[in-house]
Design a protein around this ligand. Structure first.
Ligand SMILES: [Zn+2]
Length: 90
């Protein structure tokens, strides 16, 4: 089994810690901004056209219970991005 050991100076170590802290801060900011991009389900004055998953639901029972406004799809992409970003920060 081969093993490689590398050493760094205290200054290099401190710089590295600083870079990691800056990266984590950036990623946390990105996560916060992504969080703000979440979309609510669409609600129309004529509830016939509202998304079934909207707060007041849809008056047309024939459309089922699934999201039809695109919010779920949009928000699931945001969830994936946030999960990936959090993997890096841990
Ligand atoms: Zn929807």
């Amino acid at each position: 089994m081969s093993r490689v050991e590398t050493y760094m100076s205290q200054n290099q170590y401190d710089d590295l810690q600083e870079e990691i802290a800056a990266r984590d801060k950036l990623i946390n900011n990105v996560v916060d901004m992504l969080d703000e991009l979440r979309l609510p389900h669409s609600t129309c004055d004529d509830c016939w056209y509202s998304c079934p998953k909207s707060e007041d639901g849809c008056c047309n029972d024939d459309v089922g219970t699934e999201c039809n406004c695109g919010a779920d799809e949009h928000n699931s992409i945001i969830d994936k991005l946030i999960n990936q970003a959090r993997e890096v920060v841990k």
